[in-house]
Ligand binder design. Sequence first.
Ligand SMILES: NCCC[C@H](NC(=O)CCC(=O)O)C(=O)O
Length: 449
Amino acid sequence: MTTIEANFDGLVGPTHNYSGLSFGNVASTGNTSKPSNPKAAAKQGLEKMKALADMGFVQGVLAPHERPHIPTLRKLGFIGSDSGILEQALKQAPKLLAAVSSASCMWTANAATVSPSSDTKDGRIHFTPANLVNKFHRSIEHEVTGRILKATFSDEAHFAHHPTLPSVEHFGDEGAANHTRFASEYGGKGIEFFVYGMSAFNTQNQRPQKFPARQTLEASQAIARNHGLDEQQVVFAQQNPNVIDKGVFHNDVIAVGNRNVHFYHQEAFLDSAKMQSDLQRAWRFTGSTQKLHFVEVPSSEVSVQECIQSYLFNSQLLSQSNDEMILVVPNECQAQPNVWGYLQRIVENDSPINQVKVFDLKQSMSNGGGPACLRLRVVLTDNEKNALNQNTLMNERLFRTLNHWVEQHYRDRLVESDLSDPQLLQESRKALDELTQILKLGSVYDFQR
Ligand SMILES: NCCC[C@H](NC(=O)CCC(=O)O)C(=O)O
């Protein structure tokens, strides 16, 4: 039996736009009100998915959500027809309209935390959709995310779906963006590594001062319990509050792990030495005979600022074979001489990273979402892979179908005032209705129920 790691990328939705909704995410606030190109955004994402599928990786697609989300506007007191509601919302609360129109579910690293079956007590894969409570526009994602995950991984013999944690700051949960798994082989015993921004109940602990800590220790602990993980294989580490204050709003902006490699910045963690010794202890527990590699990038070579601008660590670290790893980076890394120089050296040196592959993801990057933000990792055995919804897996045919679908339904320019256009709502619903047929998801959207 072979066990692999699949990537499920979020397909960019038809309302992708720049509304500056994410305080603490400097790309989001820095690009507020710039015109977006949803068509180009969706195509850039599809190109990455197809390239990974062509390289032999299992690549899945997660559908975007219905936006603008009229049910949320109704909940907040807007009444009447859909087009009347959009018009009133634009007049009375344009920022709210922007929030319920965001295509932010594209960043599926925030969709859920996933624990592979070899880590869990009942031998099933466990999913917990993230409550994303720190940002209103993202806090409305989890219900439909849960439905889409269930429509993709429906077989209860293999897949367990948990409800989200309580939607309050104390249990702020941002999903896999703050979670990494280490294991010598995907199918072996692994370490689940949870990184948090603050402890909610222990107010004496250090916290960021300027920007919010989106993930709490208490949320991570609850997920580890719910997923039935062995205490000895779980490590919790605190993010450095100072880097959160510089704009590292998720840990996956400053660290990435795969199998026996942890690639991270010197300033990523509050206590780097403790992070290393805790991981080493858990690594011994897994019984692995391999070495656990710590590839720490010093501030003298690449600054935190350069990491945030280039998204060096928001890369996908992928195993091409047992001893070859490839790093998938956004082309912003080429524009930063220190970062690009570092990447040249790392592939030449005898580090476990042997190859770098560059993608143009500018549309998503301008909202602070790089290659790693766009994907949710799911470790799968052969049986689990066969049990999931096969219509969501990327191949030549699905790539062609989805490109054609984007061509037909997406606009190539969107500004904030377009969000109240009733035509945009109709276009999006029509597109999504078709998409649920392409991916055979059933009726996952409110407008279909
Ligand atoms: N993992 C990357 C997530 C990026 C996402 N950006 C946004 O939602 C920006 C949306 C806007 O500003 O229009 C966030 O901050 O959660």
